[in-house]
Design a protein around this ligand. Structure first.
Ligand code: RIB
Ligand code: NA
Length: 309
């Protein structure tokens, strides 16, 4: 109880190959490095929030296997509460096969496994923690019903919600918009959800307005090196929040770093304008793209400029 940030979401073991480019269908190419890391959008966001100083808890499911055991230890190492991390013998810990090219771009296939077995029973058990949290974050790497139920529980209890529709589906249940205080997605996700192409900051403002019209409190469309666009029901004019130019080594999980940071600011600086939170979250995510890996690249509070706090 008394958590700043609760995440109801996914854990994945990231199996990462670095290669000069992404292979084509039927093609084999040589890569130069392979490593295993802790990933999954839900866990990534939780870890970034915790590293900035949020008191965080994770509600998730892993397998009764080596990867699951390791993941629980990873949460502990990051100071994240694990009493709502379940283990199941019915499925394996989620896995993500990731290829990162020399431009730092990636392609990912996830096999959600145990993540899909997180359901109503686990939510009921986590209800006191969820209901007492300042911010709840959900994504789409678990069953969508579970995400929707968690968001609805948060809404009933005046907990602020961030919803990240990733990986995106074209026919998202309309309640996801209504239950989102902040609806945060990237360009391809925005395109899939609206059928509108996003090729510029201006386009991002237009899709943002479309998504806002579906009932969200506010919308953030992240734009990689271009920062993000922010709009809200109180101020529906799209605002472009630019970010610092950096050399990207690995952008995997940069969006999760942004969302974890955003949740930290929403919880710890409740009166800060959303645009300022987004500006600071941009800075945190910009640090993450300059190092290899997902969570391994996420900065701690002590490593960041003081003016971000
Ligand atoms: O957003 C990045 C994450 O997506 C990776 O860590 C991978 O696990 C996939 O879930
Ligand atoms: Na990174």
């Amino acid at each position: 109880e008394g958590f700043d940030v609760v995440v109801v979401g996914s854990c994945m073991t990231d199996l990462v190959s670095q290669a000069p480019r992404l292979p084509k269908a039927g093609e084999t190419i040589h890569g130069h490095k392979f490593f295993i890391g802790f990933g999954g959008k839900g866990a990534n966001q939780c870890v970034q929030a915790a590293r900035l100083g949020a008191k965080a808890a994770m509600v998730c499911k892993v397998g009764q296997d080596f990867f699951g055991e390791n993941y629980i230890q990873n949460f502990k190492n990051n100071g994240i509460a694990t009493e709502f991390v379940g283990q199941t013998a019915k499925a394996a810990t989620g896995a993500a096969s990731i290829i990162v090219n020399d431009a730092g771009e990636n392609a990912i296939v996830i096999v959600a496994g145990a993540n899909m077995l997180l359901g109503a029973e686990e939510l009921r058990r986590a209800e006191p923690a969820l209901g007492g949290a300042k911010v709840l974050i959900c994504q789409l790497e678990i069953s969508p019903d579970t995400s929707l139920q968690a968001l609805s529980m948060a809404r009933e209890r005046q907990v602020r919600t961030i919803f990240n529709p990733a990986p995106a589906v074209p026919d998202l249940h309309p309640d996801f918009y209504r239950y989102s205080d902040v609806f945060c997605c990237n360009e391809p996700e925005a395109e899939l959800l609206t059928g509108m192409a996003v090729g510029s900051v201006e386009d991002a403002g237009k899709v943002g307005a479309e998504l806002l019209g579906r009932g969200c409190g506010s919308v953030i469309v992240t734009l990689g090196p271009q920062g993000c666009v922010v709009l809200s029901s109180q101020d529906p004019t799209p605002r472009h929040i630019a970010t610092t130019t950096v050399t990207a080594l690995d952008t995997t999980g940069a969006g999760d770093s942004f969302i974890g940071a955003l949740a930290f600011y929403m919880a710890d600086y409740p009166t800060m304008p959303l645009e300022e939170m987004a500006r600071r979250a941009n800075q945190v995510a910009a640090v993450s793209v300059q190092a290899v890996g997902t969570q391994t690249s996420y900065p701690f509070r002590k490593d960041l400029p003081k003016d971000l706090f």
